[in-house]
Ligand binder design. Structure first.
Ligand SMILES: [Zn+2]
Ligand SMILES: [Zn+2]
Length: 170
Protein backbone atom coordinates (compact mmCIF):
# COMPACT_ATOMS: atom_id res chain seq x y z
CA UNK A 1 0.00 0.00 0.00
CA UNK A 2 1.30 3.41 -0.98
CA UNK A 3 0.91 5.05 2.42
CA UNK A 4 3.55 2.73 3.88
CA UNK A 5 6.30 3.74 1.45
CA UNK A 6 8.82 5.78 3.36
CA UNK A 7 10.20 8.95 1.82
CA UNK A 8 13.97 8.39 1.43
CA UNK A 9 14.66 12.11 1.96
CA UNK A 10 13.17 11.94 5.42
CA UNK A 11 14.64 10.30 8.45
CA UNK A 12 14.48 6.55 8.10
CA UNK A 13 14.05 5.99 11.77
CA UNK A 14 11.06 3.78 12.53
CA UNK A 15 7.91 5.71 13.25
CA UNK A 16 6.12 5.47 16.53
CA UNK A 17 3.62 3.94 16.45
CA UNK A 18 4.89 1.70 13.68
CA UNK A 19 2.54 1.50 10.70
CA UNK A 20 2.00 -2.17 10.03
CA UNK A 21 1.74 -3.04 6.30
CA UNK A 22 -1.40 -4.99 5.39
CA UNK A 23 0.60 -7.95 4.03
CA UNK A 24 2.28 -8.30 7.44
CA UNK A 25 -1.03 -7.85 9.26
CA UNK A 26 -2.65 -10.54 7.13
CA UNK A 27 0.18 -13.00 7.80
CA UNK A 28 -0.12 -12.37 11.53
CA UNK A 29 -3.88 -12.99 11.39
CA UNK A 30 -3.69 -16.21 9.38
CA UNK A 31 -0.61 -18.11 10.60
CA UNK A 32 -2.35 -19.58 13.60
CA UNK A 33 -3.37 -22.67 15.51
CA UNK A 34 -6.94 -22.40 16.75
CA UNK A 35 -7.53 -23.85 20.21
CA UNK A 36 -10.78 -25.36 21.46
CA UNK A 37 -11.18 -22.28 23.67
CA UNK A 38 -11.29 -20.24 20.49
CA UNK A 39 -7.85 -18.68 20.88
CA UNK A 40 -5.87 -18.20 17.69
CA UNK A 41 -2.35 -18.97 18.83
CA UNK A 42 0.20 -17.38 16.58
CA UNK A 43 2.69 -19.78 15.03
CA UNK A 44 5.33 -17.02 15.01
CA UNK A 45 8.07 -17.34 17.59
CA UNK A 46 7.36 -16.06 21.06
CA UNK A 47 9.72 -13.46 22.55
CA UNK A 48 10.82 -13.30 26.19
CA UNK A 49 7.82 -11.08 27.04
CA UNK A 50 5.51 -13.95 26.09
CA UNK A 51 4.02 -12.38 22.97
CA UNK A 52 4.52 -13.76 19.47
CA UNK A 53 6.39 -11.38 17.18
CA UNK A 54 6.36 -10.72 13.46
CA UNK A 55 9.02 -8.81 11.55
CA UNK A 56 9.56 -7.33 8.11
CA UNK A 57 12.01 -5.14 6.21
CA UNK A 58 11.07 -1.50 5.63
CA UNK A 59 13.54 0.71 3.74
CA UNK A 60 16.52 -1.20 5.11
CA UNK A 61 15.14 -1.23 8.63
CA UNK A 62 14.04 -4.36 10.41
CA UNK A 63 10.65 -3.70 11.96
CA UNK A 64 9.23 -5.95 14.63
CA UNK A 65 5.79 -5.82 16.22
CA UNK A 66 3.80 -8.22 18.34
CA UNK A 67 1.61 -10.58 16.30
CA UNK A 68 -1.58 -9.61 18.17
CA UNK A 69 -1.08 -5.94 17.28
CA UNK A 70 -0.54 -6.89 13.64
CA UNK A 71 -3.64 -9.09 13.65
CA UNK A 72 -5.65 -6.24 15.14
CA UNK A 73 -4.54 -4.03 12.25
CA UNK A 74 -5.76 -6.64 9.76
CA UNK A 75 -9.25 -6.57 11.23
CA UNK A 76 -9.59 -3.03 12.57
CA UNK A 77 -7.02 -0.85 10.81
CA UNK A 78 -4.00 0.96 12.23
CA UNK A 79 -3.73 1.40 15.99
CA UNK A 80 -4.12 5.02 17.09
CA UNK A 81 -1.12 6.56 18.91
CA UNK A 82 -1.07 5.98 22.64
CA UNK A 83 -3.34 2.96 22.42
CA UNK A 84 -2.54 -0.58 23.35
CA UNK A 85 -4.13 -3.91 22.43
CA UNK A 86 -5.14 -5.98 25.40
CA UNK A 87 -6.00 -9.67 25.60
CA UNK A 88 -9.40 -10.39 27.12
CA UNK A 89 -8.43 -14.09 27.14
CA UNK A 90 -5.07 -13.50 28.89
CA UNK A 91 -3.40 -15.76 26.29
CA UNK A 92 -0.48 -13.69 25.06
CA UNK A 93 -0.01 -15.78 21.92
CA UNK A 94 -3.62 -15.23 20.88
CA UNK A 95 -4.36 -13.09 17.80
CA UNK A 96 -8.14 -13.68 17.62
CA UNK A 97 -9.68 -10.22 17.03
CA UNK A 98 -12.67 -11.22 19.16
CA UNK A 99 -10.33 -11.76 22.12
CA UNK A 100 -8.51 -8.46 21.69
CA UNK A 101 -9.52 -5.00 22.80
CA UNK A 102 -8.26 -1.53 22.15
CA UNK A 103 -7.33 0.32 25.32
CA UNK A 104 -5.48 3.38 26.46
CA UNK A 105 -2.09 2.51 27.95
CA UNK A 106 -3.25 3.82 31.31
CA UNK A 107 -6.39 1.70 31.40
CA UNK A 108 -4.44 -1.39 30.41
CA UNK A 109 -2.02 -0.87 33.29
CA UNK A 110 -4.90 -0.54 35.72
CA UNK A 111 -6.80 -3.46 34.25
CA UNK A 112 -9.75 -1.16 33.54
CA UNK A 113 -12.51 -1.42 30.97
CA UNK A 114 -12.10 -1.52 27.21
CA UNK A 115 -12.14 1.45 24.89
CA UNK A 116 -15.22 1.74 22.70
CA UNK A 117 -14.56 -0.16 19.50
CA UNK A 118 -16.55 -1.19 16.46
CA UNK A 119 -17.71 -4.76 16.31
CA UNK A 120 -17.73 -6.96 13.23
CA UNK A 121 -21.02 -6.95 11.34
CA UNK A 122 -22.70 -9.83 9.48
CA UNK A 123 -22.69 -9.50 5.69
CA UNK A 124 -24.96 -11.01 3.03
CA UNK A 125 -22.07 -13.22 1.97
CA UNK A 126 -21.70 -16.87 2.84
CA UNK A 127 -18.48 -18.83 3.10
CA UNK A 128 -17.97 -21.99 1.04
CA UNK A 129 -19.70 -23.95 3.83
CA UNK A 130 -22.70 -21.64 3.95
CA UNK A 131 -21.97 -19.74 7.16
CA UNK A 132 -22.57 -16.03 7.53
CA UNK A 133 -19.38 -14.06 6.80
CA UNK A 134 -18.52 -11.21 9.18
CA UNK A 135 -16.97 -7.95 8.07
CA UNK A 136 -14.56 -6.22 10.45
CA UNK A 137 -14.03 -2.43 10.56
CA UNK A 138 -10.93 -2.62 8.31
CA UNK A 139 -13.00 -4.45 5.66
CA UNK A 140 -11.39 -7.82 6.41
CA UNK A 141 -13.89 -10.67 6.18
CA UNK A 142 -13.95 -13.78 8.28
CA UNK A 143 -16.07 -16.84 9.04
CA UNK A 144 -16.07 -17.61 12.76
CA UNK A 145 -17.76 -20.97 12.39
CA UNK A 146 -15.14 -22.29 9.99
CA UNK A 147 -12.34 -21.25 12.36
CA UNK A 148 -14.04 -23.11 15.22
CA UNK A 149 -14.71 -26.20 13.09
CA UNK A 150 -11.09 -26.23 12.09
CA UNK A 151 -10.10 -26.07 15.78
CA UNK A 152 -12.40 -28.95 16.67
CA UNK A 153 -11.04 -31.13 13.87
CA UNK A 154 -7.49 -30.34 14.88
CA UNK A 155 -8.20 -31.14 18.55
CA UNK A 156 -9.74 -34.46 17.52
CA UNK A 157 -6.67 -35.31 15.43
CA UNK A 158 -4.36 -34.49 18.33
CA UNK A 159 -6.38 -36.63 20.70
CA UNK A 160 -6.10 -39.51 18.25
CA UNK A 161 -2.36 -38.98 18.00
CA UNK A 162 -1.91 -38.92 21.78
CA UNK A 163 -3.91 -42.08 22.24
CA UNK A 164 -1.77 -43.85 19.64
CA UNK A 165 -4.78 -44.72 17.50
CA UNK A 166 -3.61 -42.74 14.52
CA UNK A 167 -2.13 -45.67 12.63
CA UNK A 168 -5.24 -47.78 13.01
CA UNK A 169 -7.50 -44.92 12.00
CA UNK A 170 -5.58 -44.29 8.81
ZN1 LIG B 1 -7.64 -15.80 22.93
ZN1 LIG C 1 -17.66 -20.90 7.28
Amino acid sequence: MRMFRSDPRKSRMPQNPILIPERVAERAATRIDVTEEGCWESTYSVASHGYAQIGWQDGGYRQVVTAHRASWVHFHGQIPPGMTIDHRCRNRRCVNPDHLQLMTNVKNARGGGGFHQQKPVPTDERCSRGHIVLRYPSGAKHCRECAQEWARRKAARQLLKRSGLEDQAA
